[in-house]
Ligand binder design. Structure first.
Ligand SMILES: Cc1cc2nc3c(=O)[nH]c(=O)nc-3n(C[C@H](O)[C@H](O)[C@H](O)COP(=O)(O)OP(=O)(O)OC[C@H]3O[C@@H](n4cnc5c(N)ncnc54)[C@H](O)[C@@H]3O)c2cc1C
Length: 667
């Protein structure tokens, strides 16, 4: 890496020139940097807004899952079968599914070799269990914090390889050259939070031949979220330069606690806690689920099954299904403005009777019986089935045996993201989105496949760059000539945000409150064609207002101000995608319900405003992949693309070897 300096708008700005800049420090970015180094590309650096931030390092669940090709036992499995399971989720390209399946064993075994404690038996078998949408037992787990352990192992490698890290450097712009199909990324502009003083901001420029973007999911656009607070996302960086989003409509939502963000799946629901709602002050307590279930047995069975069926799924609503609970929690919190709690201290109570194990469906009762958990209270049952599940709350200052737990239906993962090819290169050349920011998944995906996709994708991006994009970046003078106007535009925006007077200006906090409330009401688990157009326009209007009126109190506050702008743009593009899907007649699928006056009500007692129907195959809107990108004037353009099938046909060894020896594979 060559270090230089330039003076722009009176500010002295360091410039680092290098082959590849990796943005982000989650599991995907770390793996990309380490893999590039392994492949001989040493002219690299990693830049992150917070090395300890992000989802991989700070999120987990009951048993955080890593999905991989079967590596134990006698049941048959193959990359093609695994690709088939990924592909069957719908709206996923077959060639990408095949890459994720073929790359799975290598990525997994590498993590195991680096010391991630994935359990194996005495013969070396990485025995698996079945996760959702999994036809085999491909899932494994290193415990509740699998992804944190992956980050630890990869960070150790990063340090060992002495890869340079710029921590505390939020990237606020990607820089490009060229137009149309020839457009390519040439660098990035970051703030240096640690050198910013008073009202004088500090910037850093990267003159990079390639950028690997691992900035994670768009967590910061939602009010109700189980992503860690430190994860906000930065899709706006890429949308701004014309990178295409793919399947942006497809995210996962489910019930999680708010004070400490944690998924309430598995034993938290199998213990059959009591759901109550209160007014905003905690008064007027009601068992709000009761009126919508015919009896307590059906209600407690639905609560139990929420354990296995955690993400909201409109296919699991009818007949008092477990996802009816998510709708009722959404109605209580978002529509009625009340607060909802899980109470492990008391059993659910019905109007016509009290809790009884005999009223549960046989499968649920047998499960509790076999677990030795036919015990008086939910907390007793939870402690019996999964003591660490109680302990994790205790470590975060919440005693489940003494207080109720506030919950909501929260955003958890984005299956869609930025579009890429089989080497994870986006439509903007030399820009490689990896990890959750990359939209490789479709409508449904096996649990744990996010971590697999992040590792395989980042390794493939590194492989491509090391083989094909080895060049040095251009001289600094040429870089500044090409990107100068855009760099100046961002610096002037920063200075303007610092100069704005408090009176009449918008703060970062109020901007975020407005956009998050909008997204959780309109763009999350419940979507309404009647209101989506108005709300999408509101998002664009808010962005225009923020550009003119957002204020940063100090140079240290600029990172937050730029983030608010990024999130507002991200939200507007996500809502555009949702609008396009709904206006084309898209129906309920994945993890969201689309209000449809000609559909059926979720249950008796929920009025006409909740009717919906399920998506059925056979139309462009349900079978095609929606891509959306901003044109040169910043206007969103949508395109429906056909799903590419899984490549078939037996590859003949001699032919592959010939291609391999003659360097015709990576292209
Ligand atoms: C509660 C929960 C449970 C989950 N459970 C599972 C599971 O069991 N199995 C599974 O496969 N997946 C699971 N996931 C999803 C999975 O954990 C994530 O998809 C994955 O960890 C994302 O990794 P990443 O490297 O792409 O991004 P992250 O780990 O989120 O990292 C993003 C990085 O980018 C940095 N960054 C962002 N913007 C900027 C910027 N502008 N400039 C510089 N740096 C920036 C951040 O600081 C961070 O370092 C779960 C997610 C949640 C929230």
């Amino acid at each position: 890496m060559r270090d230089g300096r330039a003076v722009i708008e009176g500010l002295r700005i360091p410039i680092h020139s290098l082959n590849t800049l990796v943005i982000g420090s989650g599991a995907a970015s770390l793996n990309a940097a380490v893999a590039l180094h392994d492949r001989g590309q040493r002219d690299i650096a990693l830049v992150t807004e917070d090395f300890e931030g992000g989802t991989s390092r700070n999120a987990g669940s009951d048993k955080q899952t890593y999905y991989k090709l079967s590596l134990a036992g006698g049941s048959p499995d193959s990359p093609l079968e695994m690709a088939g399971d990924l592909f069957r989720g719908g709206c996923m390209h077959g060639d990408i599914a095949l890459c994720e399946a073929l790359g799975s064993s290598a990525a997994f075994l590498r993590l195991a070799a680096l010391g991630v404690p994935f359990p194996h038996d005495r013969y070396g078998g990485y025995v698996g269990y079945k996760t959702d949408h999994d036809s085999r037992r491909r899932a494994t787990s290193a415990g509740p914090l699998t992804s944190r352990m992956m980050c630890r192992a990869l960070t150790f490698e990063l340090r060992k390889k002495r890869i340079r890290v710029f921590d505390g450097h939020p990237v606020i712009a990607l820089l490009t050259a060229g137009r149309g199909a020839g457009k390519k990324v040439i660098g990035a502009l970051a703030l240096d939070a640690r050198r910013s003083r008073g009202r004088r901001p500090a910037f850093v420029l990267f003159n990079a031949a390639n950028i690997i973007l691992g900035t994670g999911g768009p967590a910061g656009i939602y009010e109700a979220s189980v992503y860690p607070e430190s994860q906000t996302g930065s899709h706006g960086l890429a949308f701004e330069i014309g990178a295409a989003g793919r399947n942006l409509t497809e995210s996962q939502f489910g019930i999680a606690s708010l004070k400490f963000r944690w998924n309430l799946s598995g034993s938290y629901q199998q213990a059959v806690p009591r759901y109550v709602s209160t007014d905003s002050n905690g008064g007027d307590e009601r068992e709000f689920l009761n009126p919508f279930f015919p009896d307590l047995g059906r209600l407690t069975t639905a609560i139990f099954f929420k354990g296995y069926q955690w993400p909201f799924d409109p296919r699991k609503v009818a007949g008092c299904g477990s996802s009816l609970i998510d709708i009722l929690v959404h109605r209580e919190t978002v529509v009625l403005g009340r607060r909802v709690w899980l109470d492990f201290r008391r059993n659910p109570r019905g109007a016509a009777g009290s809790f009884s194990f005999d009223a549960l469906a046989p499968e649920a009762r047998t499960y509790l019986e076999k677990s030795g958990a036919l015990l008086p209270l939910p907390i007793d049952r939870l402690l019996k089935m999964n003591p660490p599940a109680v302990e994790i709350y205790r470590r975060h200052g919440i005693d489940l045996s003494a207080e109720p737990l506030e919950i909501a239906v929260c955003a958890q993962h984005n299956n869609g993201g930025l579009a890429g090819n089989i080497w994870w290169e986006s439509n903007i050349r030399n820009l490689f989105p990896v990890g959750e920011v990359s939209g490789t998944h479709g409508v449904y995906r096996p649990g744990g496949s996010a971590l697999n996709a992040g590792q395989v994708g980042s390794a493939r991006a590194a492989m491509f760059i090391a083989a094909r994009y080895r060049d040095d970046p251009p001289p600094v003078s040429e870089f500044l000539r090409t990107a100068g106007a855009r760099i100046r535009e961002k610096i002037l925006l920063a200075l303007a945000m610092l100069e704005r007077k408090a009176a009449g200006a918008t703060t970062e906090a109020s901007a975020l409150e407005e956009l998050r409330e909008r997204m959780s009401r309109q763009g999350a688990e419940i979507r309404d064609p009647k209101t989506i157009g108005r709300e999408t326009s509101n998002a664009w209007r808010q962005l225009a207002r923020l550009k003119k009126g957002l204020r940063a109190e100090s140079a240290a506050g600029l990172a937050g101000a730029f983030k608010a702008l990024d999130l507002c743009l991200t939200q507007a593009v996500y809502l555009e995608a949702i609008k396009e899907y709904l206006y084309r007649g898209g129906a309920s699928r994945g993890s969201y319900l689309v209000i449809d006056p000609s559909g059926a009500a979720p249950c008796p007692g929920l009025g006409d405003e909740w009717t919906f129907s399920l998506a059925s195959p056979g139309s462009v809107v349900h079978d095609g992949i929606l891509e959306i990108a901003l044109d040169g004037r910043g206007k969103p353009k949508s395109a429906w693309t056909a799903v590419r099938p899984i490549p078939t046909g037996e590859a003949w060894f001699e032919n592959v070897w010939d291609d391999f020896r003659n360097d015709r594979v990576i292209r």
